[in-house]
Design a protein around this ligand. Structure first.
Ligand code: SAM
Length: 383
């Protein structure tokens, strides 16, 4: 069976690596997605374990259509009762890139009408649409006149890990944070420091990775594949049990800091609720005073960009970040994510890697600064 794991721009390679580790075949990197082949077991495992996928789709029906009439006809000629009965609710999500169809909502409506009409004709009853909490979700992908309809095996996006409640705040997306950690090459024996940790997403994702806790371990919502006709609960429970047995919470050296007391308190509360006290230490401290406790390690920071969070003088702030790295972090690898390219220049160090990532709609650079011993003195390192 073919599957498509969706992700964010820049995380495709790291997702392909994760999927390889699961034992999938014929893995191909696509735009913001990775396709692969495997069985039902692999699809369940992909949902429960992948850290850098947002959802897993299973393509079921492809056709071409250039008009509303053709679309209705093609949808009507497929047997939808293979996948669900009219006692289940359903929803349709469409993504378009086509000169023939302009509105994704319109395509969703037409598809829904054709499916509902088929059920009504056959059984006299129709399944209901539920956009909030549907049992079955179809994904309609349209490129030019090519339609691919997939069953969405996930439902609520996989970034909803369920390990904490951040209220109204807008933390980094968990999938993005996990991707940043995996891209950084952090090894769980190393110290990982997030000196501007906010709600602690990078720290919590590192704790999940470092302890081999499945990404779905704390998930509250059901995966939609559990509503499918072929759902095998014994198989899913076995996959969960095998994965959960590998969790090792012995020790990690994860360190967080933030200048805002509210952020630090929130992280402390989540640490407490999860019993992660021996894995993550967090304190209220401005970055320039945050001295490393080990000779080397990985620093990952998502500083304010000057967009959502205003800082009086963003250039001076980024210069201060660079000065602190030079003065206090020799021997460390520092990774900084920011959408503010002008401000990033003020760090005053030459990045050894630059990766384009998106933080929601904001195009960002994730830059690596290798702080060799004595780099504060070497002219070569300075821009
Ligand atoms: C973009 S937010 C980080 C969000 C975080 N990655 C999350 O997932 O919630 C930036 C954080 O930097 C903190 N901050 C700003 N200036 C700081 C400084 N000088 N030292 C330490 N933290 C600082 C802010 O309080 C804020 O929580």
């Amino acid at each position: 069976m073919k599957f498509i794991a969706k992700t964010f721009h820049g995380l495709e390679t790291i997702l392909a690596q994760e999927i390889t580790n699961l034992g999938a075949n014929n893995i191909q990197i696509l735009k913001r997605a990775v396709s692969f082949e495997g069985d039902q077991r692999l699809m369940y495992a992909a949902n429960y374990l992948l850290r850098t996928a947002t959802r897993i789709l299973k393509p079921i029906y492809s056709f071409t259509a250039r008009s509303e009439r053709q679309l209705y006809h093609k949808i009507s000629s497929y047997n939808w009762s293979m996948h669900f009965d009219n006692d289940k609710t359903f929803a349709i999500h469409s993504v378009l890139n086509s000169p023939y169809f302009n509105h994704s909502q319109y395509v969703s409506f037409k598809t829904k009408d054709a499916i509902v009409d088929q059920f009504r004709k056959k059984t006299g009853r129709r399944p209901s649409v539920d956009t909030q909490n549907p049992d079955i979700v179809f994904n309609v992908h349209v490129y030019n006149d090519e339609f691919t309809i997939s069953l969405d095996s996930t439902g609520d996006s996989l970034h909803k890990r369920g390990y904490r409640d951040v209220g109204h705040l807008a933390p980094l997306n968990e999938v993005l944070a996990a991707g940043m950690i995996l891209l950084s090459g952090w090894d769980k024996e190393q110290t990982l420091l997030d000196p501007m940790c906010g709600t602690g997403t990078i720290l919590f994702e590192a704790a999940m990775i470092g302890t081999q806790t499945p990404s779905g371990f704390y998930k509250k919502e059901k995966y939609t594949f559990t509503n499918w006709k072929d759902y095998d609960d014994d198989l899913f429970q076995e996959i969960k049990k095998n994965a959960d047995q590998k969790i090792d919470t012995t020790s990690l050296n994860l360190v967080g800091g933030d200048i805002a007391p509210a952020a630090v308190n929130m992280v402390l509360n989540s640490i407490d609720a999860l019993g992660f006290e021996h894995l993550i230490q967090v304190s209220r401290i401005p970055f320039k005073r945050n001295l490393p406790t080990t000779d080397n390690g990985i620093l990952i920071a998502n500083p304010p960009y000057g967009e959502r969070l205003k800082i009086k003088n963003i250039s001076t702030f980024y210069k201060e970040i660079g000065d602190t790295l030079k003065q206090n972090f020799s021997g460390w690898d520092a990774w900084i994510l920011s959408s503010n390219l002008e401000a990033l220049k003020n760090v005053g160090l030459r990045p050894s890697k630059k990766i384009t990532l998106f933080n929601a709609a904001l195009e960002c650079k994730f830059q690596k600064f290798s702080m060799y011993q004595g780099s504060k003195k070497t002219k070569k390192e300075s821009l």
